[in-house]
Design a protein. Sequence first.
Length: 357
Amino acid sequence: MPIEIIGTFSHRDSSESHPAPIGQIDTDFIRTLTQSFERNGFDRILIAQAASWPDGLVFASHLAAFTEKLKLMIAHRPGFIAPTMAARMFATLDGVSDGRVGVHIISAPSDTETQADGDFLTRDERHLRSGEYIALMQRVWRGETFDHDGTFFRFRGAHSAVTPRQQEGIPIFFGGLSENALTVAGAHADIYAFGVDTLDNSRTLIDRVRSEAVRAGREIDFCMSTRIILGETEEAAWDKAAEVLEQVTASVADLDRRGLAISTLGKAERIEAMAAEGLLLDERLWIGINKATRFQKAATTLVGTPEQVSDALMRYHALGVRRFLISGYSLLDDIVEFGQTLNPLLREKAEVAHIQA
């Protein structure tokens, strides 16, 4: 299958190197950013979600109106609205966006964060609820009328007059590293989403998720997220990485002074363990920003020229990754740079690999 290149949406111009308040909503920036993704060869964008953040479904409805082809990966947390209602909401948006919706189910890693929204289930319980929730949404999307008596939900005569525009249904992305998360992913998800790790660890994780899918009589695809820093030469790329690290370090110190320290939403034990092995792994996998942000997991970065980084990504492609969620540290500039250099190279190499397979 063709690869899918995914970007990360933001409702304001912000990154670790120049953070802006999460509650700030810049409508001009939203339009500029989203249309830049579409112009520069991105297939889809992730609209993230967390407790206290602005609502992602509202953002998705807004930007679908001024884009034409850009698909959506909307983070959604089960448990706060009924799965039947959520299914209707996403099916409606799929209709008005001409079939561009995808849903990223988030069970949430932090008990403290979910309790802020009144959810007192444990993480393992949240994963189990997510599995039941996904299955119910999919039944609604198939146009079924049904009764249900489950562990977390109960319905009589559930049905929706609206079903998705996409004939194959709305794709479900799902992440998580616990045993329950892997079981739910294998049983219910269309795409397992995970953060970049070493090749050996990524291979092990992919094999585990595949085995869960096989056990459930299914197949599953994979989406890997990574940050990227590019340069015309390898030296220039590492010079840029050093500049970004200096900016992030200063930003973290400033947030500390103002009592606004970056939250990691739970300890990233795997990243801390990686740091013990050094800050550069697998030739180009750099965790310098992770350390500067106290092991914020989403900061793991591939550094190099477009040729070098595309080669690195293709090593994950050989493991079965067909979707790449990529971002940098300067939103608008990076979208253009990736669109002009990295994205075409990655598509070309993936096409060659497909022909040779």
